[in-house]
Ligand binder design. Structure first.
Ligand SMILES: Nc1ncnc2c1ncn2[C@@H]1O[C@H](COP(=O)(O)OP(=O)(O)O)[C@@H](O)[C@H]1O
Ligand SMILES: [Mg+2]
Length: 159
């Protein structure tokens, strides 16, 4: 789907929360400035967090308790290796979290084939998103369903 404004990103965040199971890993892929941190902020708002969600570039991991469960936000950009990322205690976070979001976490796919991958494209000032699970796009236009919070794939609109 196209992301022409923050409102679109908010709508995408709502859709993602309908689609991802509990304790899910969401990998955010896309170049600098594509909107990875912004999407995470919108996920936080959708989950009811009142915290200001900022980029965890230096601290690597931020935890945000929300009324709908824990949101964990990781930035793997500065990590030297996939081992370093795995050693952060990802398993423990996944056990506890509604959702673990990892910017620059593509390499995790090898270890977590069930992870959802949000590919954010940023070209000619246009933003576009694809939400992939096992290579299939789950965003509207397709009729895929997965287990989880999804209520027959219905998406809340007009918020
Ligand atoms: N859907 C959108 N529409 C307009 N601007 C956006 C959108 N998503 C992100 N931005 C803007 O793009 C800039 C970079 O976003 P950011 O989330 O920090 O990117 P990343 O984390 O991928 O590097 C920010 O100024 C943000 O406000
Ligand atoms: Mg970022």
């Amino acid at each position: 789907m196209d992301l022409n404004s923050l409102k679109d990103t908010r709508r995408l965040a709502a859709m993602i929360l309908e689609l991802v199971p509990l304790n899910a890993l969401l990998i955010l892929s896309g170049p600098l400035g594509a909107g990875k941190t912004t999407l995470t902020q919108q996920l936080g708002l959708e989950l009811g967090s009142k915290a200001h969600i900022s980029s965890p570039s230096y601290t690597l991991i931020h935890e945000y308790p929300t009324p709908r469960g824990l949101l964990v936000h990781i930035d793997a950009y500065r990590l030297p290796s996939i081992e370093a990322l795995l050693n952060l205690g990802l398993e423990d976070y996944l056990d506890r979290a509604r959702l673990v979001v990892v910017e620059w976490g593509e390499e995790l796919q090898k270890h977590y084939p069930e992870a959802l991958v949000l590919e954010l494209e940023f070209k000619n000032n246009m933003r576009r998103a694809r939400l992939l699970k096992n290579g299939r796009d789950l965003l509207p236009g397709r009729k895929n369903k997965i287990e989880g919070e999804s209520k027959k794939g219905k998406v809340k609109r007009g918020k």
